[in-house]
Write a protein that binds this ligand. Sequence first.
Ligand SMILES: [Zn+2]
Length: 247
Amino acid sequence: MLTKEDLERYDRQIRYEGFGEEGQHKLKASHVVVAGAGGIGCPASTYLACAGVGKITIIDHQAVELSNLNRQILHWDKDIGQEKAVSAANKLRNLNPSIEIAPVTTQITGINARDLIKGASAVLDAMDNFETRAILNQACVTEGIPFVHGGVWGLCGQVTTIIPGKTPCLACLYPQKPEEHKPPPVFGVTPAMVAIIQVVETIKIIAGFGRLLAGQVLYINEGTMDFCFREAVRRPDCEVCGSRGDR
Ligand SMILES: [Zn+2]
């Protein structure tokens, strides 16, 4: 049930028609896994906490470095050297003490991925590499958990929402590992913009309103301010979600 404090804290969003107290209650009962506490994971977990998601698990195996601070806004100068998951959790608990924050300092692998996300309402992709995204995509398809993908490079970003059994999966979009530049150039604003769109998608999935970026990929170019949509096409021979991937 929503408390008196909940009704006041979330008053402005509860007023939104189609969301209301029922939507807020769904958020309170939900569990979102944020995979990564970096440029996407910091703003994403911040807004999920503000919105009142009842439990947020934030997973990252790295420690804060000086070169993270142009974009990873939950990590401050004093946090350099601290585990990112712990640094993020400390700030989020101060932001909203009424929700549960579960920091996990571990590397997501093909062995632990399913256990890490089991039972989640949604998984928000805040990774910075293709290998781990592919592992998460497979785990989400297997567990039947919505996977909200986001990625950035320079001033460009992309977002799509994967609903297992309904939409193409990430492996349909990228059957081969794309070329990656390490470390890629990135401005702080770009992962923030991508993260906020991923959070909107996550809230809509949980509360059940609006139209999702399901079966569509949104491409953003902040250098030219071009926003375009492309249809995501399911590959029948996809090794993850195609007929051969059924389990
Ligand atoms: Zn697929």
